[in-house]
Design a protein around this ligand. Structure first.
Ligand code: IMP
Ligand code: MG
Length: 181
């Protein structure tokens, strides 16, 4: 893995595909252990989580449903602070065990919005799973049930995550190159 350039910025290799797969498998196994026989509905938060969801459900070896919600808060490498719901939930989730699958939780603004969206859905249980988590930035008092990997406060691309629309198709994760790396 070499340094890559996306738009105007350089990114260095951070987490390879093999390691990502091991983390995804572990999250799937932990959730399966907790939810055996529940037939959960996994809801992926688009766009960033599409690769995570695809790999996650292949590792989740039990009956489940899969759906998506599209939210957006990012512009470039910084959050705008405002989360917009672009495509909402179509399914009736009343009485269901719902697990939200996020690519990454950063400020928690998106997560706050997710909790608001699900407030009136009358689900049986709501659990939150995120592949990546930036603990240095997250300041909210909101529950996260499953965390794949905690990472430093640096912008990353690849495996579904983008920098201004590009980089989502990379199999590995890259980190924004700063003067210290
Ligand atoms: P939050 O609302 O600040 O927690 O940000 C959550 C969303 O912002 C994630 O679902 C991602 O889509 C995006 N995001 C946060 N950090 C990064 C990053 O390092 N790279 C790419 N996208 C990110
Ligand atoms: Mg996202």
């Amino acid at each position: 893995m070499d340094t890559i350039k996306i738009h105007d910025k350089f990114f260095t290799p951070f987490i390879d595909a093999k390691k990502i797969d091991a983390v995804v498998k572990k999250v799937a196994e932990d959730i399966l252990n907790d939810l055996k026989g529940e037939q959960p509905v996994f809801i992926g938060i688009l766009n960033g989580s599409f690769m995570f969801i695809a790999d996650f459900v292949r590792h989740y070896q039990d009956e489940c449903q899969v759906s998506f919600v599209k939210l957006s808060s990012y512009q470039g490498t910084t959050t705008t602070g405002k989360v917009k719901e672009l495509v909402g939930i179509q399914e009736d989730l009343e009485g269901k065990t719902v697990v939200i699958l996020e690519d990454i939780i950063d400020t928690g603004n998106t997560l706050e919005e997710i909790y608001k969206i699900f407030e009136d859905k009358k689900v049986k249980t709501l659990k939150i799973a995120t592949l990546f988590f930036k603990p240095e930035i997250f300041k909210k008092d909101l529950k996260i049930d499953y965390i794949g990997l905690s990472i430093p406060n640096k912008f990353i691309v690849g495996y579904g995550l983008d920098y201004d629309g590009l980089g989502r198709n990379l199999s590995d994760i890259y980190q924004l190159k700063t003067t210290t790396n």
